[in-house]
Design a protein around this ligand. Structure first.
Ligand code: FUL
Length: 540
C-alpha cells in the first residue's frame, strides 16, 4: 500500500535514512496505521450499495486539493527534438545540436504568467534521454554541448524565471530513456538491490545529505539519482510528471520501473509535489485533446500493479470511470477506489515540440479547451514549446494573452456574489467567493440552493464547485430560473467536482435562481454558485 508522508517511511520499510536536515528517521514507537481516506480498498463481494458508499467516503489529500486549485498549468517541451524536428528522439542525437543562443526563460515565464498560468512543467528529460541540466550521472546532457561553453543549465534558468514571475515549478522526467537503453543501463536485467542515493561520483563532490538506501535496478538508481539532483538543487518543486509512453523502446524491452522507490524518494524530498500520470496523485484524462469527460469523476476504480504502480481498473480512455455503472463494471479488477483527479494535457501547436511549419491554436480554441477541462472538473496542462532560439514564438505569446482576455470576458463579474440567500445549511457560503466555505445540503434529501439577485439579470454562464475536501458527491443537478411563480430549467449538469462551467445556448433573464440537486452520493457541499453574462466578444 502506498502511504504518504512520514508514515510511509516508517510503514513500508523500503526507505532507510541517514540522519539529515530534510529527513526524519523512523520513530521507535510504531504508531498504528490510520486508514487512508484517499484510497479505500474494494472487495469483489461488495454489494453495489457498499461500493457506492465507499466511493462517497473517498477524500483527496491536501496535496491533491492544492494541485486542483492550480487550474491552469503549462507544459514546456524543449530538448534535442527542438533541433531535429522529431517528436520522439532516438537517443543518438549529438548534444552539439542543442544551441538555444537566445534562450530567455524570463520571456517564457512572462508569457505564461500573462496567460494566467500558475505552474509550468519542463521536460528535463524526454524519451530520447538528453538532460537539460548538468547531471552527474550522464554525459548526454547540456554539458556536452558547446552552448555556453558547456556551462548551460536550462532547468536552473527555467526554475529561477518561473519563481521570479510567481509560477510554481514542475519536472517531467521520462521513465523511457533511449540513450540509457543504447548504453546498456536501461533494461539491462540488473538485480533490484539496495542502492545508496545519491550515489557518489568520482570527482563530482557535493553535499550528500540526506542519504537514502532504496531498492532499484541500475536504471532505477539512475532515475533516483536524477530525482535527487532536481529535487535538492533547484528549489521547491510542486509536480513531478512521469509519462506513460515508452518512446521507441520495443514493448518487450521496457524496463520494470522502480516506481515504489521513486515515489518514496519524491515524498521524502518534496512532500508537497503531486506525482502525475504514472503516479498516485494525478490521472491522465485519457486523450491529448484537452477534453475531460462530460461527467468527470475524481473517485476512480484502480488496480494495484507491480512495484507500487497504480492503473485505472478500466482503460484510461474509457468513456466513464467513476459513475455507478463504471464502478460496477470495473469491480472485478478493482483493488481500491482512489481519489485520482484528471489532468488534461494538450499542446498549443499540433506537436509537443516546436516545428517551424506549425501554427498555434487560436484563443477561441483554447477557450473551448478551458471550458472542457477546467470546466469539467480537471486541471488544464497546456504545452507551449520554445523554438530553436530558445524563445516562445510571438504568435504563441499573443495567443496566450488573447486567451487570458477572452476568459475574462467569458466569466466577467460574478452576478451571484453575495446575493441574498435563505434556508438552512448556510447557503451564503456558496456565494462568498471563499473556496473553503460551502453550503451543506440537508441530510434528509437532495436539497436546493436558492439565490435572489435583487433584480432580474441576464445569465448565460454558470460556474459551480463542490467543496472537494469533503469528496465528490453530486451525480446530477438542475439549474433553474424563476418565471413568475414557477421554476423553469435553464441547464442540467451531471457531476460537478472541483469546477463545473455550464454555458447556456441563449441567455436567460431572472431575479431568482436555484441549483436543485437531483442525485447525490452524500448531502451536497457546494462551495461556489456563480452566475455570469459573457461580454460580447466572448459570445459565439
Ligand atoms: C506523451 C509523450 O510521448 C509525448 O511526447 C509528450 O511528452 C506527451 C505529453 O506525452 O505520452
Amino acid at each position: 500500500m502506498f502511504v504518504t508522508g512520514a508514515a510511509a517511511t516508517a510503514s513500508t520499510g523500503l526507505l532507510s535514512y541517514a540522519p539529515g536536515a530534510h529527513a526524519r528517521p523512523p520513530t521507535a514507537t510504531a504508531r498504528p496505521l490510520r486508514a487512508d481516506p484517499s484510497r479505500i480498498p474494494v472487495s469483489p463481494d461488495d454489494s453495489p450499495a457498499q461500493l457506492l458508499a465507499k466511493a462517497a467516503r473517498v477524500r483527496p489529500t491536501e496535496r491533491q486539493v492544492a494541485w486542483q486549485r492550480l487550474e491552469r498549468t503549462a507544459f514546456v517541451h524543449f530538448g534535442v527534438n527542438t533541433y531535429t524536428g522529431l517528436e520522439w528522439g532516438t537517443g543518438e542525437e549529438d548534444p552539439e545540436i542543442f544551441q538555444p543562443h537566445e534562450l530567455d526563460t524570463d520571456q517564457w515565464a512572462r508569457a505564461l504568467r500573462d496567460g494566467g498560468f500558475t505552474l509550468a512543467v519542463l521536460t528535463v528529460k524526454h524519451h530520447d534521454g538528453f538532460v537539460l541540466y548538468p547531471s552527474r550521472y550522464t554525459g548526454h546532457s547540456v554539458s556536452a554541448s558547446s552552448w555556453r561553453s558547456g556551462q548551460g543549465d536550462v532547468l536552473r534558468a527555467f526554475a529561477d524565471s518561473m519563481r521570479r514571475h510567481g509560477l510554481r515549478v514542475g519536472i517531467y522526467l521520462s521513465p523511457a530513456d533511449q540513450n540509457q537503453y543504447l548504453h546498456g543501463v536501461y533494461a539491462n536485467e540488473s538485480a533490484r538491490s539496495p542502492r545508496q542515493i545519491p550515489t557518489p561520483v568520482e570527482g563530482r563532490r557535493r553535499p550528500a545529505d540526506p542519504r537514502f538506501t532504496l531498492p532499484a535496478t541500475d536504471y532505477g538508481a539512475y532515475m533516483l539519482n536524477q530525482l535527487y539532483e532536481v529535487l535538492t538543487e533547484y528549489g521547491h518543486v510542486d509536480e513531478v510528471w512521469f509519462d506513460g509512453a515508452q518512446g521507441n523502446i520495443p514493448e518487450g524491452e521496457v524496463e520494470p520501473y522502480d516506481w515504489d522507490s521513486w515515489y518514496e524518494l519524491i515524498r521524502a524530498l518534496a512532500p508537497g509535489a503531486a506525482i502525475a500520470v504514472s503516479g498516485p496523485d494525478v490521472r491522465w484524462v485519457g486523450n491529448e485533446d484537452g477534453h475531460a469527460r462530460e461527467s468527470e469523476w475524481s473517485v476512480i476504480p484502480v488496480g494495484r500493479r507491480a512495484r507500487g504502480r497504480t492503473d485505472c481498473a478500466l482503460a484510461p480512455d474509457a468513456p466513464e470511470h467513476g459513475s455507478r455503472q463504471a464502478l460496477l463494471k470495473a469491480q472485478p479488477d478493482t483493488d481500491y477506489l482512489q481519489w485520482w483527479p484528471a489532468e488534461c494535457d494538450v499542446s498549443i501547436r499540433p506537436g509537443w515540440f516546436h516545428h517551424d511549419d506549425e501554427q498555434p491554436k487560436s484563443a477561441e480554441e483554447l477557450t473551448d479547451i478551458y471550458l472542457k477541462s477546467v470546466g469539467r472538473n480537471a486541471v488544464l496542462l497546456l504545452n507551449t514549446p520554445p523554438d530553436q532560439r530558445g524563445l516562445l514564438p510571438d504568435a504563441d505569446v499573443r495567443t496566450l494573452r488573447e486567451f487570458r482576455d477572452r476568459l475574462r470576458r467569458e466569466l466577467p463579474e460574478d452576478l451571484a456574489r453575495d446575493a441574498r440567500t435563505t434556508g438552512p445549511g448556510h447557503p451564503e457560503r456558496a456565494v462568498d467567493g471563499d473556496p473553503d466555505t460551502a453550503w451543506s445540503a440537508p441530510p434528509s434529501g437532495p436539497g436546493a440552493l436558492t439565490l435572489d439577485l435583487g433584480s432580474a439579470r441576464e445569465v448565460d454562464r454558470i460556474r459551480l464547485a463542490e467543496d472537494i475536501r469533503q469528496g465528490q458527491r453530486v451525480v446530477r443537478a438542475v439549474l433553474e430560473a424563476r418565471d413568475g411563480e414557477s421554476w423553469v430549467a435553464a441547464a442540467e449538469t451531471g457531476t460537478i467536482g472541483a469546477s463545473r462551467i455550464l454555458t447556456l445556448p441563449e441567455p436567460a433573464t431572472a431575479r431568482h435562481w436555484r441549483l436543485r440537486i437531483v442525485e447525490s452520493r452524500q448531502p451536497a457541499r457546494i462551495s461556489e454558485f456563480g452566475l455570469y453574462r459573457a461580454q460580447p466578444a466572448a459570445r459565439a
